[in-house]
Each structure stands twice: as C-alpha cells, then as structure tokens.
Design a protein around this ligand. Structure first.
Ligand SMILES: N[C@@H](CCC(=O)N[C@@H](CS)C(=O)NCC(=O)O)C(=O)O
Length: 196
C-alpha cells in the first residue's frame, strides 16, 4: 500500500505521522491551513479542513482518511499491530485534549482575541491544558510511560510544539522535560523540527 501524508511542517499532529509513517515510505504533500489557495484545495478533499489527512493509494482508486486517531488506528491495524493498552488510550486522549486546547488558544491569539480573559470558554482551555500536563507528568513519574511508539512520538511532538510556539510554561513539569531531553537528539525528531 502506498500513502501520501498531507499537512504542514509546523503542525504537531502532522509531525507525529511524518515520524510514525517513515518506515512505510510515505510521501509528504505540504499544505497550509492559513493559505487561501491551499484551503480551497483542502476543502476539495476534506470538509473539516483539518490536517493531517492520509491519502491511501489503492490499486485502482484513492481514498482520504481524516483525524489523527483514525489514521493511527488504521495504520496500526494494517501494519505495526502494536498493543495499545487502556492506559495508552488515556494517554493519547489527554495528549490530544491538551493539543486541541492549545491550538484553540493559538488560533485565538492569531485572530487578535485575548486569551487572558476571564471568560468561561477561555478558562476551560487553560484548565484542560494545566490538568492534562499535570496528569501526563504524574503518570510518567509513576513509571506509567506510554508503551505504544505512536503515543511516545505524540507526546514529544506536543511538548516541542508548546516550546516552539511558547504556549505554556513547562517549568513545573519536570518529568515531561526529562523525557523531552532524552528524546530530542533522535534523528527523526531533528529532521522534523518545526523551526527548520
Ligand atoms: N482532531 C484533529 C485535530 C487536528 C488539528 O487540529 N490540526 C490543526 C493543525 S495542527 C488544523 O488543521 N487546524 C485548522 C483548523 O482548526 O481550522 C486530529 O486529531 O487530526
């Protein structure tokens, strides 16, 4: 099976798959959710206009798959067949929850909306980020690290994206920092650094 990953080089969700799909020889097609021309093309292939999108090249047809978790489940079931424990599932839900809230806050900032405001919606995002990062940090402290490769990659991409966009203060999450330092010299992470 041949695949093309569609996404941007700065998205933490897309970065996961640039790493996770590497051994499958997946092509990469760059796009930007902010560029009007790219958005028009994106709309043709995905009504939800979110990246990543996986293009699956079947023998006589192509198919597009949306949503990182769906893409992960499909790839793991089809190729890697790694066990995903219930603890891993929770890890991934928390990583995605924190990621989604930070993307929301980042998009608000780009839209010149204030994210320090005492509004319920904004406060809920900050609360989720803080509770989520605390959960991840404490689980790792208890040696409950994620087992499945994709989830480790997802966690690294989240931490590095927070640092890259300066979206949260990570100084009180020592275990996350330790994990980040342990992994950051790996070739795959260096090659997909969003700063390049
Ligand atoms: N639930 C989606 C989230 C992906 C996501 O939020 N991607 C961002 C880029 S990092 C995006 O496409 N944002 C555009 C938008 O929200 O309009 C997934 O897991 O794939």
């Amino acid at each position: 099976m041949k695949y093309t990953l569609i996404g941007s080089t700065t998205s933490p969700y897309v970065r996961r798959f640039r790493i996770y799909l590497k051994t499958l020889g997946c092509d990469f097609q760059g796009t930007s959710v902010f560029d009007p021309k790219d958005r028009a093309v994106l709309k043709e292939i995905s009504p939800i206009l979110k990246i990543p999108i996986l293009k699956i090249h079947h023998t006589n047809s192509t198919q597009y798959l949306y949503e990182s978790r769906v893409i992960f489940n499909y790839i793991n079931k089809t190729h890697f067949k790694q066990e995903v424990t219930l603890q891993d599932e929770n890890f991934l839900s928390v990583i995605d929850g924190v990621n989604d809230s930070l993307i929301t806050l980042y998009l608000m900032k780009l839209s010149q909306m204030t994210i320090e405001e005492d509004k319920r919606f904004v406060m809920a995002q900050h609360e989720r980020v803080q509770a989520g990062l605390t959960f991840l940090n404490e689980e790792i402290l208890k040696s409950n690290k994620p087992v499945c490769d994709y989830i480790v990659v997802s966690l690294y991409c989240l931490i590095d994206w927070i640092k890259f966009r300066e979206l949260a203060d990570l100084s009180s999450y020592g275990e996350l920092e330790k994990l980040y330092q342990e992994l950051r010299s790996q070739e795959d992470y260096k090659l997909t650094d969003p700063r390049n």
